[in-house]
Design a protein around this ligand. Sequence first.
Ligand code: ADP
Ligand code: ZN
Length: 522
Amino acid sequence: MSRDAAEALRRVFGYDAFRGEQQEIIEHVAGGGDALVLMPTGGGKSLCYQIPALVREGVGVVISPLIALMQDQVDALRALGVRAGFLNSTLDFEERRLVEAEFVTGELDLLYLAPEALGAPSTRALLDRGRISLFAIDEAHCVAQWGHDFRPDYLALSMLHEKWPDVPRIALTATATTATRTEIATRLRLDDARHFVSSFDRPNIQYRIVPKNEPRRQLLTLLRTEHAGDAGIVYCLSRASVEKTAEFLTQNGITALPYHAGLDAGTRSRHQSRFLREDGLVMVATIAFGMGIDKPDVRFVAHLDLPRSVEGYYQETGRAGRDGLPSTAWLAYGLQDVVQQRKLIEGSDGDVARRRVLAAHLDAMLALCETVECRRTQILGYFGESSASCGNCDTCLAPPESWDGTVAAQKLLSTVLRLARERGQKFGAGQSIDILLGKQSDKVTQHRHDSLSTFGIGTELSESEWRGVVRQMLAQGLLAVEGEYGTLVLTEGSTAVLRKEREVRLRREAPRAASARVAKPR
Ligand code: ADP
Ligand code: ZN
């Protein structure tokens, strides 16, 4: 068995040696065992089911949610001489019949299926007519209801075990916390599966998270000083900001292309293939871009807006440095991000439980942004892996100072409290900051907020320092935002601070000039 596997690795794929745990996984599955494989993006998951499918009798059936990529995956396999086909909604009747016939007569090594296809009785009847060597369930975290990428169609995959108990199953994912891993095993009925958990560390990626002042300018500085001529991905939340950022970079002499779901399919695929083929191109995109993109020399991934979860952040930054060379993961993050994300959660459909999950995801992301500890330790800890400080992230390279922000926090909270108690009003962060700074703005004069007792009591901090205080307090749950306008409201934590029962530690923000540049990636 292991000779066949090593032979397939060399002869079909042209590689000399297995990577990481590949060999053990392949031998286990080729020998008929079930497996749950957790491996970071770029770790080499595909071979873990492709080689057993080649070695075993019958056709390997691969369940993958990435319909848009099936054609590419199958083309790539065929170019290597592997007999592969796929069934999904993009095929017409004739094409479908051809693939079905190939499956039944065993003329295929691998058949890719969309998860929804398995729900159809006709597909199940088809599978009964052929010989199946194994089931591979790709992106297995999609079965986790509390995960960040849940797809209801995945729930039906538990029937694979009931209907074909003798066919080995291998589930694979690049993102899974301990809780998600347990949920995958339960929902897919992988009771006897061996778990293969690779380290999630990507030591060549330097993680950096900076306060957001003028995001596009900050990005430009990063690209000019450290990544001139490099290929990279810039993630933005909205289509509009994707367009604006791509335009801004282009005007400043950087070859940048936009990518988002609002562009027509032709433009998207043109931009994607230019990114893959040309050197030094910057793709400015929403998170619609990147799944399954295999470009080894992406030197940086920059986020201009806060990702919704640590899983998402890890997956997106993981697209940098697949070739193992030094790369940068850079995120600019500000008060507005917290306000906006909380608003999105509040306005999202779904029940209370769902919203609570989204809020927990966001809280973990905020904790990563505000940490004074090693970023990598925090990220790996999130995935259940313990590690020492890395020496290759911003907090390791330039340890942030913390300061006692209790008095500042009390000043801010009593402003919010007074607006509510004395005036029956709620405002966004900007108004409270203006009041603390004693600014006679139009809105201050109009509402006579200059007569509040907290007016002008906060001049020891600058406006941007106050924004940092508000942001960090939101992240720590010492303050909350609500409603369409993101107005500030008090929490239980606020009460404790106001009653002097709780101290507030805050992270001192690096001065502007220094925040643009920490150190060269090693
Ligand atoms: P994943 O699905 O885990 O993100 P892939 O299966 O796409 O990763 O593999 C990532 C890259 O590594 C691919 O280009 C693949 O061909 C390559 N690769 C995988 N295994 C090996 C190996 N044993 N030796 C050399 N290259 C490998
Ligand atoms: Zn570190």
